[in-house]
Design a protein around this ligand. Structure first.
Ligand SMILES: *Cc1c(COP(=O)(O)O)cnc(C)c1O
Length: 359
């Protein structure tokens, strides 16, 4: 007789992929919606599914308009190109995605220069931003835009306190400056704070969010803002080669992601916290689990003679995939394709690699 084994959806032969929440595959509901999507030519504005996705995103964020873009990087770049002119500076946090993971597109394509400042947990405040704003003067590159990232990827999914965001936007507007949000994971911030995304983003001049991260769509991000901003961004998108034709097959998955996925993000956060608490028990790992409030876990490897790369390579051989960030840091990201059993396996493989839990 077969004994009652606890059901596990993650046998050790099955890779646990914690490299990013971009690795999610479309759900069966997304696949169905894609197969059945009504389509048209979106460069003519005639794809009904793209139009529905854009209208729905605008409605959820309580804005005039939205634009479907192929990637979050393009969305951020379009915001910079739309708000700032070549020769201007963009104020952003030192470890922001726009500076670290988008090539040098703001310089190479938009002609702008980043003006970065390091902030604790990646959370800028008006006090850190204000001294960076250039005074008017013949010698200075004028400040063209302020950019915030919520949640902050390289700072372990840190969430902006709403009052901090509101103060930055309010003061920036008084100073005549625009503020763009890289809200790739703004729905994660919403879940962590128990607030709606419209409320969290109401003060920004433009917002980018990703359908392809924790929301699980195969492709695409959205820009939201005023009608005028979106009209300009649409022209910029075409200029970058991002005008798509029957993109309704992608937008259909995006609509499912937008409606359904925010409801289950709390599970990713619970799994991330559980993962962090387990990892924090392992000698050679430096991690404060209380800082893990969304779906990203970043920790330091402090084991004699081991680099983050070596640890990640060793884990990959044990079918646990994660990302090395520099010499000492490792990042693990939870998402709907990783369940609790998978997280347990990641912890136990790491413990066996580094030598068991702390005694
Ligand atoms: C993923 C991500 C983006 C956009 O990435 P794409 O891969 O271009 O879609 C932007 N900002 C942050 C913080 C991200 O994590």
């Amino acid at each position: 007789m077969i004994s009652a084994m606890p059901a596990s959806t993650s046998p050790s032969s099955f890779p646990i992929d914690l490299r990013s929440d971009t690795v999610t595959r479309p759900t069966p509901a997304m696949r169905r919606a894609m197969a059945e999507a009504e389509v048209g030519d979106d460069v003519y504005g005639e794809d009904p599914t793209v139009n529905r996705l854009q209208a729905r995103a605008a409605e959820i964020f309580e804005r005039e308009a939205a634009l479907f873009v192929p990637s979050g990087s393009m969305g951020n770049l379009l915001a910079i190109k739309t708000w700032a002119r070549p020769g201007m500076e963009v104020i952003c946090e030192q470890r922001s995605h726009i500076v670290n993971y988008e090539l040098a597109s703001m310089s190479a394509v938009a002609g702008c220069m980043p003006c970065t400042v390091a902030a604790a947990d990646g959370i800028l405040t008006w006090a850190t931003i204000e001294p960076l704003i250039r005074p008017k003067g013949y010698y200075y590159a004028p400040t063209g835009l302020i950019e915030l990232e919520n949640t902050h990827n390289l700072h372990g999914g840190a969430v902006y306190p709403p009052a901090v965001v509101d103060e930055i936007c309010d003061r920036a507007h008084t100073a005549g400056l625009r503020v763009h949000l890289d809200g790739a994971r703004i729905f994660n911030a919403g879940v962590a704070l128990g607030r709606g995304v419209a409320e969290l983003t109401r003060m920004f001049d433009s917002v980018m969010f990703c359908l392809s991260k924790g929301l699980g769509a195969p492709v695409g991000s959205m820009l939201v803002g005023s009608r005028d901003f979106i009209d300009q961004a649409r022209v910029g998108r075409k200029m970058l080669g991002g005008g798509m034709r029957q993109a309704g097959v992608l937008a259909a998955a995006g609509l499912v992601a937008l409606e359904e996925s925010p409801k289950t993000l709390h599970r990713d956060h619970e799994n991330a916290r559980f993962l962090a608490e387990g990892l924090a028990q392992i000698p050679g790992i430096v991690l404060d689990p209380r800082k893990v409030v969304t779906n990203i876990v970043i920790f330091e490897i402090r084991a004699e003679g081991r680099t983050a790369q070596e640890v990640c390579a060793e884990l990959a051989r044990r079918n646990v995939l994660c990302g090395a960030m520099g010499k000492q840091q490792v990042r693990m990201v939870t998402h709907y394709d990783v369940d609790c059993a998978g997280v347990e396996r990641a912890i136990s493989e790491m413990a066996s690699l580094l030598g068991g839990p702390k005694s």
